[in-house]
Design a protein around this ligand. Sequence first.
Ligand SMILES: Cc1cc2nc3c(=O)[nH]c(=O)nc-3n(C[C@H](O)[C@H](O)[C@H](O)COP(=O)(O)OP(=O)(O)OC[C@H]3O[C@@H](n4cnc5c(N)ncnc54)[C@H](O)[C@@H]3O)c2cc1C
Length: 240
Amino acid sequence: MPQFKTYTARLVRTLPLSDYTKHLEFEMKDLPRFGFVAGQWLSFKHRKADGEEITRAYSIASPPGENNRFALCLNRVENGFMSNFLCDLPEGGEIECQGPFGDFILRPPMRDLLFIATGTGIAPFRGILQWLLADSTRHQNKSMTLIFGNRTEKDIYYHEEFLDLAERHEKFRYLPTLSRGDERWAGLRGYVQEHVPDIAAGRSDMHAYICGLDKMVKANRDLLKSLGWDRKSILYEKYD
Ligand SMILES: Cc1cc2nc3c(=O)[nH]c(=O)nc-3n(C[C@H](O)[C@H](O)[C@H](O)COP(=O)(O)OP(=O)(O)OC[C@H]3O[C@@H](n4cnc5c(N)ncnc54)[C@H](O)[C@@H]3O)c2cc1C
């Protein structure tokens, strides 16, 4: 088994994203710069009161930069140990982690891109999109579409950020869709997969990235394959 270096991450800023979800910003202690590729995840570990060591994966929700910082987008899972431990961590609190890990990262050559997320599955796409849109040589003028599914408008994490990115970058299309939107909601309705054919039918020259819970990931992979997509053009990250 390879030995991975263990880092200590210190929580520097917390922002509520909804009643059950938080944006957490950390810095790696004693490191001037922490390198990773947008879309990767970290493995966090902490010991329970009974001595059992728990490790859980969390996607990095920020782009890499010239510093030691990274962010998480974290949902409290009912009776879950790690998600509640991290959501209850006070600013200045510390936790051990290892990584970065994972190959849910942009694949060359650059193609038109479809990102599909529900809930905290948005985390890797926040990092990937901020990284891509910061420099046109990265996206090479390809189109980027994000279909982001949630129940209600208050559940749309980072909504203002994505609206702002879409306003500033004509190649980026932001399509939030609500399964239980109220009558004031003027955007898309229903599940993410209901809107995928509009973007993806006849477009097997694109790459799709899907992130969230298994059921949603499977529904969208099956749909893309039924639209004639090669499975190698479909990358996914499952949270459960
Ligand atoms: C590669 C990867 C990246 C991930 N990134 C994120 C992320 O960015 N943000 C995030 O919030 N989570 C993410 N997860 C999920 C995360 O790793 C944990 O599974 C989740 O936080 C629950 O851990 P816990 O210790 O709180 O609960 P546990 O004690 O493990 O579980 C408690 C109960 O909840 C159920 N459960 C477990 N996971 C989930 C889940 N994700 N949703 C609903 N029910 C669940 C279990 O079946 C169990 O019954 C990621 C998972 C993977 C594999």
